[in-house]
Design a protein around this ligand. Structure first.
Ligand code: SF4
Length: 365
């Protein structure tokens, strides 16, 4: 197995190289590999990496892009692990998927350990009986949990298509078990008009999630207790302060933010939705954004005719996992495919995870 290279233990040739040297070498490798190479870059990546994207997007858009690649031999992901795993599952076996920084994970995905979710499912089924609930996993989850959804009639969603995924489950007349992000789950349930007393909260720290049989029986939606440590930094005080400072302010937030923040915002949507919202806003608009700082910063740079600020003001709301990937990592990966972080989801897992991911793509946005 290849060692986990990252900036701390990359060979010196990369570790101490200047950004401008790395940029030149990445450009040369891109030229050499031509359409054998596809670089997928998430919206939260550093500005200097965005420059090298073949496709830039949110996790829904990037999975879709991965799934339609025909000529590429090498797919290099600048993002976090679950995204590269999804790309590996969605691509044919002759394509090799790499994660540019092996240590880039997602703390929210880690809040739903496989065994804990399996235990909760057993409890839920033991109370409600089989075939009454559909498991719905947010893309930010392990490949094993995606496979679990595929096996039990469930699917995957992203913040771009959580609405459509909820509809898919309700059309079958079943309850829905959503993990790991409680906030996306709650905000989507609110949007769908599910009464609050029909939303059960499975607190993973408690025995049986702290739920009784009566609570489960009454619920339409059961939410796991995970959250994004970045998006929970946004709060209603910030909204009040920013509105006071900028009377014509428009506020747009990501649905991983807590519901009270979403309730007071002018608009809510995925990262791709936020990008479009800013691009389409009238010149001179002032927009405060409640999402990861790298994206907010890039939108500010790319839209100089508008005033783009972070809803959190000067607080540094950066996803340290997304920030891990550097030009040095990307260059190392492109020049050392034999040593870089090859993502290979075991076949028995990939087989079922693919079912759940294909359902996601079928329900669309
Ligand atoms: Fe995970 Fe939040 Fe970082 Fe996205 S921003 S990778 S959900 S921790």
């Amino acid at each position: 197995m290849a060692p986990n290279y990252n900036i701390a233990n990359l060979p010196d040739e990369y570790r101490i190289a200047s950004d401008s040297d790395m940029k030149k070498r990445i450009a040369v490798r891109k030229q050499e590999l031509g359409d054998k190479l596809v670089i997928l870059v998430h919206h939260y990546q550093r500005l200097e990496l965005v420059e090298f994207n073949d496709f830039l997007g949110d996790s829904y858009g990037l999975s879709k892009m991965a799934s339609i690649q025909k000529n590429a031999e090498y797919i290099v992901f600048c993002g976090v692990r679950f995204m590269a795993e999804a790309a590996d599952i969605l691509t044919d076996d002759d394509k090799k998927v790499y994660l540019a920084n092996a240590t880039a994970g997602c703390p929210m995905a880690d809040m739903a350990p496989n065994d804990d979710v399996y235990r909760s499912w057993e409890f839920i089924e033991s109370v409600l009986g089989p075939d009454k609930v559909i498991p719905l996993a947010y893309m930010n989850s392990s490949a094993d949990l995606k496979a679990f959804c595929g096996k039990y009639g469930g699917l995957i969603c992203t913040s771009s298509n959580a609405d459509a995924a909820f509809d898919y489950c309700f059309k079958q007349g079943k309850k829905l078990f959503f993990f790991p992000d409680q906030h996306l789950g709650r905000n989507t349930a609110n949007k769908k008009g599910i009464p609050k007393n029909k939303i059960a909260f499975y607190d993973a720290r408690q025995e049986n999630g702290g739920l009784t049989a009566a609570m489960l029986d009454n619920a339409n939606v059961i939410l796991w207790s995970g959250y994004c440590p970045i998006h929970v930094n946004f709060n209603t005080d910030q909204i009040k302060q920013q509105r006071k400072a900028f009377p014509d302010l428009q506020i747009i937030v990501h649905p991983e933010c807590p519901e009270e923040v979403v309730d007071l915002a002018d608009s809510v949507g995925s990262t791709s939705y936020i990008v479009k919202y800013v691009e389409q806003a009238a010149a001179g608009s002032t927009i405060a954004i409640g999402t990861e700082m790298n994206l907010v910063h890039r939108l500010a740079v790319q839209n100089p005719d508008k005033k783009i600020i972070s809803l959190a003001g000067s607080m540094c709301v950066v996803c340290s996992n997304m920030y891990r990937t550097s030009l040095q990592d990307l260059c190392f990966t492109l020049e050392n495919f034999d040593k870089a972080e090859l993502i290979k989801v075991p076949e028995d897992v990939a087989k079922y995870a693919l079912i759940a991911l294909e359902r996601m793509l079928e329900v669309g946005q």
